[in-house]
Design a protein around this ligand. Sequence first.
Ligand code: NAP
Length: 325
Amino acid sequence: MSQEKVAVVTGSNKGIGFAIVEGLCKRFDGVIYLTSRDEDKGKAAAAKLKKRDSDNPHFHQLDVSDKESVIRFRDFIKQKHGGIDILINNAGVVAPLNNNYENCKTVIDINYGGILNAQEYLFPLLRDNARVLNISSNCGHLSNLRNMDWIKRLSKKDLSKTDIDDFVNWFLESVKKGTFKRSDFADGGTIPSYRVSKVALSALTMVQQKELEPRGISVNSIHPGLVSTDMTMHIGFLTPDEAAETPVDLVLDAPPSLKGKYIWYNGEIVDWFDYKSDRYFKVTSVGKQFLKDVLRLPAEMFFSPAMWVGVLTMILIIVITKIFE
Ligand SMILES: NC(=O)c1ccc[n+]([C@@H]2O[C@H](COP(=O)([O-])OP(=O)(O)OC[C@H]3O[C@@H](n4cnc5c(N)ncnc54)[C@H](OP(=O)(O)O)[C@@H]3O)[C@@H](O)[C@H]2O)c1
């Protein structure tokens, strides 16, 4: 069994996860696992980063919402390395426009269920003083909620996993029964399943911190900014490389006292409980960023048909989202 330090990044075949692996390859002295649910995509991504003089990054299949896959990965790491020093739970999906039950359940199963699977199967491998970073969103700040009962319950000092599970199930049941109320959420209740999954993830981060505290392990969550990736149709004020900087700094350089916090993309520690603050996600911020991106394009691109297909798609998405508010 190797004695080297081990870092694992979930959902890292592309986007922010891939950029985090690239950042770790430059700075982390140990074995780095680029993992992805699709074996071919993951191997291709790892091959792009692999240098002749280094084995990093290594690849292993890992679908965070598939318990069998997580168990296979757990067994592999246990046998080969015995433990994990850095775990970045990055894998995630955004909600499709149609908020039907199946779509909402898929988002919750990956974004929140994936973190629960990591907690159940990978946390037992965490070495003392390990670092865990859960990739949240501005959709994960408590100010995304307008329902005072849930704001109060999720703000409890003795918050438990049961409270968070109940919150997630309350939402899914409301979608199933047709009793879902947009007024329970900020921004007219846009992308509610994504908001619920990320609020749950950030709340769970604090519960996980309490559990791992005695072993000196830190667990934090971060909003990575609006980042130009497939998830945002490449609209964003940060590139994946820029967005990866704070997560990499946090797992390598943050003081050990930074624990159970919700962190903004610029490294600012944000009060997650401040439900009256303006931290919540607004659909219009994506539209505004899109216009900024378009206005910065060179003239030849500005007049290309592909650009205008993009503009019309974006306008259509904003209009449809507003109609369904
Ligand atoms: N981009 C933003 O502006 C933004 C803002 C706030 C938060 N975030 C969060 O940042 C994280 C990374 O997002 P991104 O922008 O880099 O998106 P992305 O480019 O779409 O990448 C998402 C990654 O997650 C993987 N994934 C999805 N479901 C998975 C599963 N069940 N098991 C394992 N991997 C899975 C995807 O794999 P496939 O290639 O197989 O789909 C992909 O590698 C997500 O948690 C997202 O919610 C992003």
